[in-house]
Design a binder for this molecule. Structure first.
Ligand SMILES: *Cc1c(COP(=O)(O)O)cnc(C)c1O
Length: 399
């Protein structure tokens, strides 16, 4: 999204001057992203990954647009149902679930579950009889800024075996899922996942088990500091791999689970500078301390993996290097040191720093209040609402 498209977020921040830290999400931009995604992938079912931004207004906006949802817990199920989603539109995509949580989902009407191990499959067979199950296969997340692969997924042989078991346990062997890593900057990386999934489809087809769904996961990028591929390059890459690996019809029904791509660029997080310390006594570089850090929602700065675009109330030039850190009494609460951020000279306590493309994986990562510092407020603005409502990060109205 261009900087012009967030102008009304900035106008809102400048005119309302809300307490910081504060995330403003433009629901109109979320809508635009969703429409662009479905237009680019017209034959793909879109399951929004709720964990990216679980604000009730965001979920409502996507429910109204016809999205489905990738949920990971009873809390996310309740949230989607409250926002008006029907349970058939929910996929319980977390491969690590308590048996009673599976039973809860089933009691709510959820009938699609993902697993990657024998024990999980047994839990689903027992607590959600007759449901549709997808097996998550392991893929490398090379090329992704935020890995989502090492912890999940099984190999092809086990996937085939477990999907056979699923049938014998009277579940519906429904498909194969994978996640190529979040903020995946190499569209060609989907090829491996699609090729591996296709082998599972073909092997089981020979035994008379017809899988239906190929779930491509998330990974579609947002605009941080690096340049990123456009959505069309992702489409091309995925389409090429699907055609190559499923040469015969019928092709599988495709599903995708974008999280970051739909919401990140629709949010700006405004923070206030609490302190600027001369670097003389430390590493020679200025230290700029914000009123938000690792524990207030900027968890993806871990390892400096996600590097947000920043702007300040002092304009741009001249600039000099700065280390950027959060406000808590924890030395892990440093955002950027190696990433070489340049910030205006003369920055001082009280100035603002705007963190761009902060609509994903920020408020959902914030601690309840480490060191007594509350998580950011969330304000949703934009076309699909009558008036801006002021809510806390859980979506509870407080105005
Ligand atoms: C987090 C997650 C997603 C979303 O990934 P993005 O990279 O944000 O699009 C999708 N699917 C699953 C199973 C996830 O855990």
């Amino acid at each position: 999204m261009t900087d012009a498209s967030i102008q009304h977020i900035l106008d809102y921040l400048d005119s309302k001057r809300p307490d910081t830290p504060c995330l403003v999400v433009d629901l109109g931009l979320v809508e635009r992203r969703f429409r662009e995604f479905t237009a680019t992938f017209p034959d793909t079912d879109v399951y929004y990954a709720v964990k990216a931004n679980p604000h009730l207004e965001v979920i409502r906006t996507l429910v109204d647009l016809g999205a489905s949802f990738d949920v990971a817990s009873p809390g996310e199920i309740d949230l989607c149902l409250e926002a008006g989603a029907s349970p058939e539109r929910l996929s319980y995509g977390n491969t690590i679930k308590k048996r009673r949580d599976i039973a809860y989902a089933y009691s709510c009407g959820v009938r699609t579950f993902v697993f990657d191990s024998a024990q999980e499959l047994e839990k689903i067979a027992a607590a959600a009889p007759g449901s549709q199950v997808l097996c998550r296969i392991r893929v490398s997340s090379e090329g992704a800024r935020w890995s989502l692969s090492e912890k999940f997924g099984c190999g092809r042989a086990l996937a085939c075996e477990l999907l056979r078991t699923a049938r014998s346990r009277e579940l519906v062997p429904y498909g194969v899922a994978f996640h190529i890593g979040s903020q995946q900057q190499k569209p060609e990386r989907w090829n491996d996942g699609i090729a591996e999934a296709a082998r599972v489809f073909h092997e089981l087809a020979c035994e008379g088990i017809a899988l239906e769904v190929l779930n491509l996961g998330g990974g579609f990028a947002a605009q941080y500091r690096d340049s990123i591929p456009n959505l069309e390059s992702y489409r091309e890459s995925i389409e090429t791999a699907v055609s190559l690996n499923f040469p015969d019809t019928p092709r599988p029904q495709l599903a995708a689970e974008p999280g970051r791509h739909l919401v990140a660029d629709a949010g700006v997080l405004r923070s206030e500078i609490v302190l600027v310390a001369d670097g003389g006594e430390r590493d020679g570089r200025r230290w700029v301390y914000l009123d938000i850090g690792r524990f207030g929602g900027l968890a993806e700065t871990d390892g400096e993996a996600i590097q947000y675009r920043l702007s300040t109330s002092r304009g741009e030039r001249p600039e000099e290097a700065a280390n950027i850190a959060g406000p808590t009494c924890d030395s892990a609460d440093v955002l950027y040191r190696d990433a070489h951020y340049l910030l205006p000279t003369g920055l001082a306590a009280g100035d603002h720093i705007d963190i761009h493309s902060a609509g994903a994986y920020t408020t959902s990562y914030a601690s309840v209040g480490f060191n007594g510092m509350p998580p950011p407020d969330v304000h949703c603005i934009g076309a699909t609402q009558q008036a801006p409502r002021h809510t806390d990060s859980a979506g509870t109205e407080s105005q």
